[in-house]
Write a protein of this length. Structure first.
Length: 288
């Protein structure tokens, strides 16, 4: 069955669903070469039902199962109607996982993203503990872990601009203008931070954006902080008289990143020797 060409319009949700679950010849051929049944774990999300139905249409002789808690009404029935076997289970429940039918092919679609803020423990359990348990329980199966559906194609960084006049915050962005997000500048916003250019280790109000914000906020922030803590502790251990460096630690706008790095690397290179005074680059920029 070849995938039909995109129509001018769809008249119903069912028509979209039919279109999206029409398998390509390539998919039919791939699944024909893949032995065994298919179990979709976390089938109840936005994409799971369509994917499971697509698999069933591409390989009607295979048993295709979909596992979810099915808290949303109608999903279970719709899957069953499409020939997919719905199985109710909570993936956080290890005993329930162990009772699932073993299938040669697992598509893992469970994960928490939207709504993660405010419920960190559940996010951790869903995104870390559940994949680990699934990997153990289905250790004999082929597992595909589904990450995301990329709606937009990749584009060159320089190709984007405003396609119409738009107001962002209090700024008018005109058609044809480009906008670049600059987190580093936001972190020195005088409207938000007192003494924005000073390095103040114990700021009382420090809502900085170094790790981004919102649902895409850096997932490695905790780890990055821990690594930095280890680095700082090690530097302090190895360079006990670090207070001598105090004078070059102040942020000075005229010091380039390159100068700063050179000065730091030179200083550390010499640290193993007699540890002389600061290098010339550092001397140049030291605060009186
Ligand atoms: C000092 C070190 C780090 C900085 C400054 C940093 C900064 C950021 C920022 C600004 C974002 C948000 C990007 C956006 O809004 O689209 C981000 C996202 C992300 N970071 Fe980091 N990061 C650091 C370390 C790490 C580490 C150690 C890891 C992994 C162990 C990590 C993994 C990620 C991932 C996976 C995302 C994407 C999250 C998402 O799109 O939902 N980062 N990071």
């Amino acid at each position: 069955m070849s995938q039909p060409t995109l129509p001018d319009r769809f008249d119903s949700v069912e028509a979209v669903e039919d279109f999206m679950t029409a398998p390509s010849d390539a998919l039919v051929a791939d699944l024909a070469k893949t032995p065994g049944d298919i179990i979709v774990l976390g089938v109840g999300g936005k994409m799971g039902p369509t994917l499971a139905r697509l698999a069933k249409r591409a390989a009607p002789s295979k048993r295709v199962m979909g596992v979810a808690r099915f808290s949303e009404p109608g999903v279970r029935e719709a899957l069953a109607g499409a020939g997919v076997e719905p199985i109710s289970a909570d993936l956080l429940d290890r005993a329930a996982l162990e009772k699932l039918p073993t299938a040669a092919n697992v598509i893992f679609m469970a994960g928490r993203k939207f709504g993660a803020t405010g419920n960190v423990p559940l996010t951790w359990a869903m995104n870390v503990q559940v994949p680990a348990m699934v990997a153990e329980v289905f250790k004999a199966s082929r597992i595909v872990a589904f990450s995301t559906g990329c709606v937009y194609p990749f584009v060159p960084v320089g190709s984007g601009w405003a396609s119409e006049d738009v107001l962002v915050g209090h700024r008018d962005i005109h058609e044809g203008e480009r906008v670049q997000v600059c987190l580093a500048a936001a972190n020195r916003d005088p409207a938000v931070f007192e003494q924005p250019d000073d390095f103040v280790m114990d700021r009382a109000h420090n809502r900085h954006l170094a790790f981004g914000a919102g649902i895409h906020r850096c997932i490695g922030a905790g780890m990055a902080r821990m690594q930095l803590r280890v680095v700082l502790e090690e530097i302090l251990r190895r360079v006990p008289d670090i207070s001598r460096m105090k004078s070059i630690l102040r942020v000075k706008p005229e010091v380039s990143l390159e100068d700063g790095l050179k000065a730091t690397i030179d200083w550390f290179r010499q640290e193993s020797g007699s540890r002389p005074a600061l290098t010339s680059a550092a001397q140049e920029h030291r605060t009186p």
